[in-house]
Design a protein around this ligand. Structure first.
Ligand code: SF4
Length: 351
């Protein structure tokens, strides 16, 4: 382990604090194999509950994100752009420069107790994965779940991380007093594709074991079938294999989502495509010619195929496991509970 903060010039620390929107920044690396090459920037955040800009398009209005950056390193990750707001690059830095809000649990407990807070639904895992590898060391989620449980505050978690099973007892306790929605993200079961495009994540079958384990404990878990990757993961037999595996794991729902390529992710994904599947580059340029999203006809086709398969295998395609938006019981706070340190917008992603 290396501690760098004492060696930092004061000016650098001030700059980092301004960038990270926090009062103190400590930089650490760990020599263990799972953290090799990763730098953690520990910060004490000033606020942890974040209001979603333009929430009307989202099924939730408030989020909590204890981390920024994600060592799961999915090539297509929609959150990559957010690293540029920290003056970090959206490629390797996103995978390896991880901001850790070490005071997230205590801060959340305090903010949930605020008279300005009205117990609305909080979504987690909507920007980066709260059960990424760092969570194994920092253990922020147990304190976060406990704070939500103690206020009976409804929440949802979307993850690719098997580490969520560590917190099963807490999740069960929380689900006894409030609405808890859990979703696991599995876009495909093709192992070769997984190794190259989601290199830091647990394998798809291990994620489905999470679904199975939660179901075994009586905790319903939906699957966000995301992303469905055009020309690489969208063949009928691939869709069938994925939906069949999702059904066999006992998922309560399956919701397909086609790959989208926003700036930040697009450049990184296209460079990956050029390297691994150069013959597809022109097809992608045509499919995504209009912007970040595949054409409506393509999205509809995938959705229809997945819904038909879901019916065939006996799972509902409904969004039952997805975060629900709960309307505020009273007036909304006058300002966001988490003021952003920079002018950068909060980017919302679904894993
Ligand atoms: S898609 Fe999700 S799991 Fe993958 S790198 Fe992004 S935040 Fe992490």
């Amino acid at each position: 382990m290396r501690w760098d903060n004492l060696a930092d010039p004061v000016g650098d620390r001030a700059r980092d604090a301004a960038l990270f929107g926090a009062d103190a920044v400590t930089t650490r690396t760990f020599d263990t194999p799972e953290f090799r090459g990763i730098t953690f920037h520990e910060v004490r955040a000033r606020s942890i509950v974040n209001r979603v800009p333009g929430a009307s398009r989202m099924p939730f209005e408030w989020t909590v994100n204890p981390y920024r950056g994600c060592s799961h390193a999915c090539v297509y990750c929609f959150a990559r752009k957010t690293h540029s707001y920290l003056d970090l690059d959206t490629g390797l830095d996103f995978d390896s420069q991880i901001v850790v809000k070490v005071n997230a649990p205590e801060l959340l407990r305090r903010q949930l107790a605020s008279p300005r807070w009205h117990g609305e639904h909080i979504a987690m895992g909507t920007n980066v994965d709260c059960y990424q590898r760092a969570e194994g060391r920092y253990r922020l989620m147990p304190g976060i779940i406990a704070a939500l449980r103690d206020r009976a505050n409804p929440f949802s978690i979307l993850t690719k991380g098997t580490l969520i099973l560590r917190d099963l007892d807490l999740l069960r306790q929380a689900s006894e007093v409030t609405d808890v929605g859990i979703s696991v993200s599995v876009g495909f079961t093709d192992t070769a594709l997984w190794r190259t495009v989601e290199p830091g994540t647990p394998a798809p079958e291990r994620r489905l074991e999470v679904v199975r384990a939660l179901a075994g404990q009586g905790i319903g878990c939906g699957v966000l079938m995301a992303p469905v990757i055009p020309f690489l993961g969208d063949r009928p037999e691939q869709l069938r294999a994925t939906v069949r595996a999702i059904a066999a794991a006992g998922a309560t729902s399956v919701t397909p989502l086609v790959l989208h390529l926003r700036p930040g992710a697009r450049e990184w994904f296209m460079a990956w495509l050029e390297h691994h599947h150069p013959h597809l580059v022109r097809r992608y340029e045509r499919l995504y010619a209009a912007g970040a999203y595949a054409p409506t006809w393509y999205q509809r086709r995938i959705t229809r195929q997945v819904h038909e398969l879901a019916r065939e295998y006996g799972i509902g395609p409904a969004r039952a496991g997805m975060p629900r938006r709960i309307r505020p019981a009273g007036p909304l706070p006058e300002e966001p509970l988490e003021p952003t340190a920079s002018a950068a917008p909060t980017q919302l992603t679904l894993l």
